[in-house]
Structure formats: C-alpha cells, structure tokens
Design a binder for this molecule. Structure first.
Ligand SMILES: *Cc1c(COP(=O)(O)O)cnc(C)c1O
Length: 359
C-alpha cells in the first residue's frame, strides 16, 4: 500500500509549531537552536503518540473493532494518549500496564482513570532476581493478556491491539509523514538546520523519521537519543525501516552504519540512571529549558532527549555553527508522577529565590 493511501483520522492538532529558541541559542552561543513542538499535538496534553494514533485509530475503526488495548509501564504517556484517542472515537479504552499497582495514583495514571480506562496491572515482581526473570515476565504478560482479551471478547468487546509505544508499521507512518511537515516549515521560515534530534524508545518516532528523511530527501540528519540503557541497535532500526519501505513502497534502505544513535559520555549518559528512574541530572536539564524558554519537558523522556540535544551541540558532535532542531515529544503529565515529584521537592522547593513572609 502506498503511504498516501493509508487511512488516517485526526486525533490531535497538526501542524505543530517549529520555532526558534532564542534565549537558549544565546546561552549556548553555537548555531541556531530550534524546537519542533510535538508536545503540542493537543490530545490529552499532547505528545508524539498522537501522530501514530491518527493511523492506528483509523485501522481500528476500519477493522470494525470497538475497543483499543495497549501496553506499557505504569506511567506510560502512550497509554494516556491511546485512552484519549479511544474516548474521542467511541472505543473502549483498555490498558495493560507492567508493574505493581501503586498505592498513590498520580501523573498519567490518574488521567487514565479520569478518562474511564480499564487498567490491568501485570505485576511480575515475583520473578525479580531469578536468572530468567525477563523471559518469565514476558511469558506471564503474554499469558495474562490472552486471558484478558478472551474475557473481553466474551462480552462482545473486540480490542484492537496497539503495540507498546504505538510503534507498529501503521503507527510509524505518522513520523514518516512528519518529515514533509518539518521541511515545509523550514522552507516557509527560511530555516537551515542540518540536524533533527529526537527520542528513541519503542522506535516508531526515530525509525519513522529516519525513513521519512531518506524518502523525502530531507536536508537534515536525524539523531536518536535512547531513553533507556536497554535499546535496540542500529541493525534493528535498519530492519524496521526495511519493513516500512516494503509496506509503503518507499524504495529506501538505510544501512546500520548510517543510523545515528547517541548515548552520551559513559559517566553521564543521556538516558540517566534507567527507564523512568528519577535522577537529578535529567531534572537539571528540564529546569534549564524551563528557565531559558519556559518550555517543560519530563524526566522519563523529553528531559533526557533535551540533555542529549544540548550536549551534542555543546560538545561539538553537532559541528560548531550548525543549526539543529530538538523534537519535543511531550510527556509532561509525568512531571506530576509521584516518583518524580518526590525528587523535585528537594531540587526546586528550597534555595535561592524562595521566601516566606509570615505575619
Ligand atoms: C513514547 C515517547 C518517546 C519515544 O518515542 P518512541 O516512538 O516510542 O521511540 C519519547 N518521548 C515521549 C514523551 C514519549 O512518550
């Protein structure tokens, strides 16, 4: 199927703004720095998953499904946006989350519940410490999911299965098509940027953008910043792009050597300590962007990606004087997740500029 023939329904707002970060540019003193505001796709506070859901929801409606089911961590942004898309299109929202049920409901999770999502917690902590914990957890998740789906089917509820992060071939179409949007905006605004820096999690964003950049002959290189120490290597990104190319008849191949993944210095990797583990370095970078531009990022994804973006510019890995775009993928409701708020207390609720005037 040709890319242009793929069905799409709008779940959020496009185009998102592409704008200069004047203060940050001045502070860094190298090149011109821009931000592509995919945190402003609108749907349920926005984020990158809206572009994928445009195509995923269309596929679900087209297939006659009456529910959307997706997967992720307890604080998944993708889950929150999938629930919102389901609500908007009259589909039943179902989340299958890997992790224990938290005592205190915060961040994305409370929004999921406000939107009326069924939430299933798959708690695999019983496997922790076992040599094959990963395999056992995956097998348990698969077996429980099968049971959950069967129970819904019995009630006449047919869930369309949206994979983790919405990163199927269908979902990634959203980011292939983000490339011409960015190219048009660059042309309109006279922006000459050689680099586009984005996050790399479940791959749909990075893989889609790299495929799109090659297909549409973009003037920029796409650089992916992993958000977790466990990420799939360039061979797998290349293989995913081959899949996209085959499905949409793009006729492109991107060799593993051409795929640029940057993790940063070993002593201070951009992904911080681990997936969704609070760390002060990431929160420092979040605060830096907030102080210079009034733009918020989150501690699980976009704060780390911004860390990578800025360090690539400062370190000269993005050559001096070259202009670059930071793709802001959203995630901001996670700022108010309990684990990150707990760390933020000590970092921001003390020190210079804080006064108490007590009568
Ligand atoms: C999901 C997500 C990412 C990663 O995108 P993938 O397409 O999964 O690689 C980056 N930032 C935020 C805020 C996200 O929610």
């Amino acid at each position: 199927m040709k890319l242009s023939e793929l069905k799409r329904v709008p779940v959020g707002y496009l185009n998102t703004p592409l704008e200069p970060m004047e203060n940050l540019t001045k502070l860094v003193g190298k090149g011109k720095l821009y931000v592509k505001r995919d945190d402003m796709t609108g749907l349920a506070f926005g984020g990158n998953k809206a572009r994928k859901l445009d195509y995923l929801v269309a596929a679900a409606l087209d297939g006659g499904y009456n529910a959307l089911m997706t997967f992720g961590g307890v604080q998944t942004n993708h889950g929150r946006m999938t629930v919102a898309a389901a609500v908007k299109y009259g589909l039943k929202p179902i989340l299958v989350l890997t992790g224990a049920k938290p005592d205190y409901c915060s961040g994305n999770l409370i929004l999921d519940r406000m939107m009326g999502a069924d939430v299933h917690f798959i708690d695999t902590s019983a496997f922790d410490g076992l040599p094959d914990a990963k395999e056992k957890s995956a097998a348990y998740l698969a077996a429980e999911t099968e049971k959950i789906v069967a129970a819904y089917e019995k009630q006449g509820i047919h869930p369309y299965n949206v994979p983790v992060g919405g990163s199927s071939v269908v979902g990634a179409a959203g980011y292939i098509n983000a490339v011409p949007e960015i190219m048009r905006q660059m042309e309109e605004q006279g922006i000459n940027a050689k680099y586009l820096v984005c996050g790399y999690g479940s791959m749909g964003t990075f893989g889609g953008l790299v495929a799109g950049a090659k297909y549409f002959k973009a003037p920029f290189e796409v650089i992916g910043i992993p958000v977790s120490p466990e990420f799939r290597g360039p061979e797998q990104v290349s293989a995913f792009i081959d899949q996209l190319s085959k499905e949409y008849e793009l006729g492109v191949h991107v060799a593993p050597e051409e795929i640029r993944i940057e993790t940063g210095p070993a002593e201070e990797p951009y992904y911080g300590v681990g997936y969704n583990i609070p760390d002060a370095v990431t929160q420092d970078y979040m605060a830096l962007l907030a102080k210079t531009e009034g733009i918020f990022t989150d501690a699980c994804y976009s704060g780390k990606i911004f860390h990578g973006f800025l360090d690539l510019v400062r370190s000269g890995k993005i050559p001096d004087g070259e202009n670059a775009i930071f793709l802001h993928s959203g995630g901001t409701p996670a700022i108010w997740s309990k684990e990150h708020l707990d760390l933020a207390q000590s970092l921001f609720y003390d020190g210079e500029g804080l006064f108490v005037h007590k009568a």
